[in-house]
Ligand binder design. Structure first.
Ligand code: FES
Length: 107
């Protein structure tokens, strides 16, 4: 199962076949910012690929269009992807995303 490293916290998340990065995080109880839960409406899930781009499926035209039309220009950095659309096909992907938190421990 591919593992994705999330900066700046060096969090490692396993992504199952067919899952998106955000789906994998949510399934494993990580907090990954969202308000639409994968409907490509909020853009809050966006992350930036920092390394290992070959381990990610390329963005679809729909994803690229949503980023271009709905995200403020200053947030459209090279390598910007929607985590709710980003499918992982191998190891070595490193993305940067503020606000990702590990599962909360229950007492
Ligand atoms: S979760 Fe809202 S656009 Fe990705």
């Amino acid at each position: 199962m591919p593992v994705v490293t999330i900066l700046p916290g060096d969090i490692e998340i396993e992504v199952a076949s067919g899952e998106t990065l955000a789906q994998a995080a949510w399934r494993q109880d990580y907090q990954w910012p969202t308000t639409c839960w994968g409907e490509m409406a909020c853009m809050v899930c966006a992350c930036v690929v920092r390394d290992g781009e070959a381990a990610a499926e390329p963005a679809s035209a729909l994803e690229e269009g949503c980023i271009a039309e709905r995200m403020p220009r200053f947030r459209q950095l090279p390598g910007t992807r929607l985590a709710c659309q980003l499918r992982v096909i191998g190891d070595g992907l490193v993305v940067e995303k503020e606000g990702v938190r590990p599962p909360v421990c229950s007492a």
